[in-house]
Design a protein around this ligand. Structure first.
Ligand SMILES: [Ca+2]
Length: 191
């Protein structure tokens, strides 16, 4: 039995490692309007704790329906491009960011997090990740544009916690195995 338990733990560690995703559950989301106003999370982020920010959606930055997402933009009828600087970008704490995009078609960005990288356009789905270390402050988001009166739409921003500790999952798995063994051999030692 001991060999079986050890084998199960090794298998669990290998499985978790192969997932290569540090993303845990979402703890909240906000809608960021394209009128230039700032929106903050209703909660502060714990100091020193690693979070992940997910930006989704497209807004219009001109009456002619020119589009932009968190990092890239497209003048009406033209290809998407990263114009550089912070123009049309989604700012965090009023600063430009290097949002991570993915060219892969991934309806579930949490599951396919490992395909995201900097300077990549998220064609088709317009989702972007950004790692962020908390500092005890609320996060503030704002869309940057030189002229806001012709804008419409908004972006959705969600904040995620890190993946629950592998040790916790291992402890649960081990406890289940030991419970099964104790039923078979109530008087025996665990190992
Ligand atoms: Ca505009």
């Amino acid at each position: 039995m001991r060999k079986i338990i050890v084998a199960c733990i090794v298998f669990t560690v290998a499985s978790l490692s192969s997932q290569a995703t540090p993303i845990g559950p979402a703890i909240g989301s906000v809608s960021v309007p394209s009128d230039g106003s700032s929106v903050s999370t209703p909660f502060p982020l714990d100091s020193g704790k690693q979070y992940w920010i997910l930006a989704q959606g497209v807004y219009y930055y001109d009456f002619d329906k020119s589009e932009a997402d968190a990092e890239w933009s497209a003048p009406a009828g033209q290809s998407w491009t990263d114009v550089g600087g912070d123009l049309y970008d989604l700012l965090v704490q009023d600063a430009d960011q290097s949002w991570l995009g993915s060219a892969a078609t991934n309806p579930n960005p949490v599951q396919y997090f490992s395909s995201y990288a900097s300077n990549v356009f998220s064609a088709g789905h317009h989702t972007y990740w950004l790692p962020w270390e908390g500092s005890g402050q609320k996060l503030t988001f704002r869309i940057y544009d030189g002229y806001y009166a012709d804008n419409s739409g908004s972006l959705t921003v969600s904040v995620y916690t890190p993946e629950p500790c592998c040790a916790l999952l291992l402890a649960v798995g081990s406890a289940m195995l030991l419970k099964r063994r104790s039923r078979r051999d109530p008087g025996g030692l665990l190992f």
